[in-house]
Every structure is written in C-alpha cells, then in structure tokens.
Design a protein around this ligand. Structure first.
Ligand code: GLN
Length: 530
C-alpha cells in the first residue's frame, strides 16, 4: 500500500521545490521507508533532450534511458535510488500517449478531452510509479507555479487522487517564497495566503507549507501563515538557506517535518534516526583541504548545465576531506597563447559532455595541455572524444583528425557514427541512452578504481570511437580499459604513463552520491590532491 506526497510551488518558481521534495524523501528513507520520486513537467516538449541548456540546464539520464529534468539528479542523490522512465512525466508525453490512443480508436468514439482523458493519463503515471517501485511512499513534484495555465491538468489529477484514496494516504506540500520589503527585513505573508487560496480554488488544501525567505521567518509570521492558511503551526517549515544542499534534510528534521508526515500518513518508521546523513554532512563541513579543478565547457556562465558533474566533484572532494573549487573555463576563450595562463594553479582539468563544434578547439588544447604537463585529466563523453582527437593530432601526427560531428570531411574520422546508424530525421530520443554494460580490463587504472570486472554506466551521445583506429592509437600509449563487448565499443581510455589521464564515453556523474562518490571522480580528485 503506497502513500502519496505531492509537492507544489507558489509565488515564484526556482525556490528549491526539487530539493525540498528530495529532502523529505531522504528523511523518510532515513526512517527505513522505501521512497520513489517523480516529476511532472508541464511543458509540451516530450522530454528536455531537445532543449538548449540555456532553457533547461542539464539533461539528466535515468538507467532505462529517459532524458529528464535535472531535479531527478537531486532526487537520486538524496534518496540514493535509481529512478526510471515513469519518474519523468511531461505534457508532451501525456498528450502523445492520448493522441496515439485516439488514433488507434481506443476511446470508442468519445470526444477526447482534458478531463477525463488527459487527467486519467496523468493519474495513471502516479499509480504506475507506485506499482513499479512498490515504494512505501511516492513523492511527486509538480513543476511550475500554482496559477500557471499549463499546470491545471496536473492539479486536477492530484485532486482526484486525493478524493480516490483515504485521507491518510495522500499529503500535499506547498512551497512558497515569503518576500521582504526591499531595504527592510519586514516579511510579507500575503503572497503565501494568495497562493494557498488559489490552490484551494482547485480543490487542494495544503497540509504542509514550506517557506523560503531572505531572512529568518519569525514565530509571529509562522503564526500568521498558520491562521490565514488554516495549517497547524508545526506544519509550517522554514527552508533556511544553507551552505551545503545536503543540509536541507537536517534543517527539516530539526523542525519535526518527518514525524509530522509519518503521523499524518499513519506510517510506522522502521528506525528513528537519520544519524548517517547527519554524520556525513558534519564530516563534509569539516573538510580542510582545497583542490582547484578547471571545468572546460561551453556553458560556463550557466552552472546548472553541468550540475551532476559539479555535485560528483563535490561528493568526491568531501569524501577526501577536500573542498573542490570549480574554475569555470570558457572553452571558446582558450588559445595556444593563453593556455598556460588559463590553467595556472589548476590541480586537475575536466572536460564534460557537449554537442556541436563550438568551443572544441579550446577543449582539444585543454586535453593537450593536461597531457603534456601531466595534470590530472578526466574526460566525460565529449571529453573522451576530444582527448582522442588531441592524441591523434598531436601525438600521432594525424593532421585534421576529428569527429565527423565537428568536421564531416575529416581525413581521419576517429569519432564517427556507426555504420548501422542511419541518419535520422528525429533529433529527440535517438541517441545511445541509458545503461550499457562495460567490461573492465585487468591491470588498468579503471580496474583499480572500480575494483570490478563488469560495470553499468549511463550514456547519452550519438557518436562513437571508430574501431579502425584502435591499433594506431594503442601504439600512442592509449589503453582501452573499458569495452562494451556486445557492441564492440570503446567505453573507457587511459594513458598509462600519466598520473591520471582517463576518459569515458558514458556519464559517470549520474551515479555519484554524496554517501557513495563515483570511482572515476574519486580517482580524479585523489590524483588532483597529490
Ligand atoms: N557530441 C558527442 C556525441 O554525440 C558527445 C555527447 C556528450 O558529450 N553527451 O557523441
């Protein structure tokens, strides 16, 4: 029997609804309950795979190959569970399903409408999440802000779920911004009252209100919200701004939100502490060492575009008693002349995933510099392709070696589409996505770090290493330490004579957890600390 928690947002977007939901998930998990999390995104794109990082930030990938909102990354890192396709629902997905059914004649001649057909499809996804995960609690975040036109079907669907189930099985959490008057510390509750009321007008009464504010929320403000919104005082939780996002569950716990939820949902906790998480955060806060990492990318003014990479670096740092300082290097600005200056003082260089030609010259220079100066290098996806281009051009003398993504006419297409990969008109959902098996060669750095012969990692790319260059590249000292045997694809490369020069075709950052940093990131940070 699964319980449902729905998280909505009011007043403004971007106040950390995802982290709030994930923190509740962490607290329930810490009390021994199983948790699954899900996000509704009310946009009409089928998934964010085709959206610009400027619009959307990072595209997170699940093990079963769904391209999703970056909030799923927070969920996985907080609740330490691998989520699946059903965790990411968009208006585009819901409508595609309904329209397919209509074309097949599944609706038996009826007029297809938002209510009940769209709302039924939304409800199904919630029940499916419960059925597939068998979790004690499914937490669903509704993207956007209450009052948005496109969120309406979602709110109607969750209202119906409330009325279809016992009161003790469904809980609504509403997160709001409590603004201050500019130039003062005077908090204003009116927007909260309005947001609560507009939620009421859709038939949803919030059980818990999570507040975000620039200053501390005073007791009389909480009393006021409690009175006007008819929510008990102990159900008003302040989401204080913290240094480490992993502190948020602790802040919530101190205000008793976990016990309040358990009580409301009539759930028996299996144990009564979140000591492990608390100890972890305490340990992180005591980190004494510092390590400077250069992150070379195209969207360096937009840190959300690399959010899982950032978190994976921090996770690996904290677990090695170090605070990672990420230095954002715009790849387009790197030249032969300034490369030395650019990387002055850097302990490690990372080239994360990316698409398209822009900035690749600078990335290749970054790889060359790391290789020649023996600075630890970690290449992820595009970062592996870039490293191989660098090695071919600058070590093997293959002039013009490239990826056909960058130069379709390159004389040495060392990164290319596979022969059976036909050009596809569709941009969306046509990449190599999700988990693939990878065999790790014995006596390699990869084997030392993973300590395993077989691993599974998540992918999101179109191009692959061109096997006809394997022999030549091996001669340049490249070790192919991870191979997908079924498809005969190179997944991990390393340079033996370097302190740390590793790159992978997959995205290890998606599997990093604060309590379990990823092996490759940990190896990279350890080498950078030396
Ligand atoms: N653009 C490259 C490809 O499609 C790499 C993609 C990535 O880094 N995610 O293969």
């Amino acid at each position: 029997m699964t319980k449902f928690i729905f998280v909505t947002g009011g007043v403004v977007s971007g106040i950390g609804k995802g982290i709030a939901g994930a923190s509740i998930g962490r607290l329930l998990k810490s009390r021994g309950l199983s948790v699954f999390m899900q996000k509704f995104d009310p946009y009409i794109n089928v998934d964010p795979g085709t959206m610009s990082p400027y619009q959307h930030g990072e595209v997170f990938v699940t093990k079963d190959g769904a391209e999703t909102d970056l909030d799923l990354g927070h969920y996985e890192r907080f609740i330490d569970e691998e989520l699946t396709k059903v965790a990411s629902i968009t208006t585009g997905k819901v409508y595609s399903k309904v329209i397919d059914k209509e074309r097949r004649g599944d609706y038996n001649g009826s007029t297809v409408q938002v209510i009940p057909h769209i709302t039924d499809e939304i409800k199904k996804s919630v029940y499916k999440a419960a059925e597939q995960s068998k979790a004690d609690v499914v937490i669903t975040e509704i993207g956007g802000t209450v009052g948005d036109i496109e969120s309406l079907p979602y709110l109607e669907a969750i209202r119906q779920i409330h009325s279809e189930n016992k009161a003790e099985d469904v809980l609504f959490v509403h997160t709001v911004l409590v603004p201050t008057i500019p130039g003062t510390t005077e908090l204003k509750t009116k927007p909260t009252q309005h947001s609560f009321k507009s939620l009421m007008s859709y038939g949803i009464k919030a059980d818990i209100i999570i507040t975000r504010a620039e200053v501390e929320i005073t007791d009389d403000i909480k009393a006021k919200i409690s009175l006007f919104c008819d929510v008990p005082r102990e159900a008003i939780v302040e989401s204080k701004t913290v240094d480490l996002i992993y502190e948020v569950p602790i802040v919530f716990h101190e205000q008793g939100i976990d016990d309040y939820i358990l009580n409301k949902l009539n759930l028996e906790p299996k144990h009564d502490s979140n000591k492990d998480w608390q100890n972890m955060v305490e340990r992180f806060k005591k980190a004494t060492k510092k390590v400077n990492i250069a992150l070379v990318g195209k969207y360096t003014e937009l840190h959300d575009a690399y959010i899982s990479v950032n978190q994976a670096l921090y996770d690996a740092g904290y677990n090695n008693d170090a605070v990672v300082k990420i230095n954002w290097i715009n790849a387009e600005m790197i030249t032969e002349e300034n490369v030395e200056k650019t990387f002055e003082g850097m302990d490690g260089i990372i080239v994360p995933g990316g698409f398209g030609k822009r900035g690749t010259d600078g990335m290749i220079l970054a790889s060359k510099y790391a290789r020649e100066k023996d600075i630890p290098y970690l290449g992820i996806c595009y970062g592996m392709q870039i490293a191989l281009i660098d090695i071919c051009r600058n070590k093997l003398g293959l002039k013009g070696a490239s990826s056909t993504e960058i130069d379709p006419d390159t004389p040495y297409p060392i990164i290319d589409l596979l022969e059976n990969q036909r050009p596809n008109d569709n941009l969306g959902g046509t990449l190599r996505l999700g988990n693939y098996e990878c065999l790790i060669e014995k006596d390699t750095k990869a084997h030392e770090l993973y300590g395993e012969d077989v691993i599974f990692e998540r992918h999101r790319h179109r191009y692959e290493f061109n096997n006809s260059f394997r022999g030549q590249i091996r001669k340049a000292g490249v070790v192919f330490s991870g191979i997908n045997e079924d498809l005969d694809l190179v997944e991990i490369i390393e340079l033996k004579d370097k302190k740390f020069f590793m790159a992978c075709q997959f995205h290890p950052e998606f599997k990093s957890r604060p309590n379990r940093p990823h092996a490759l990131f940990e190896g990279f940070i350890k080498a950078s600390l030396k």
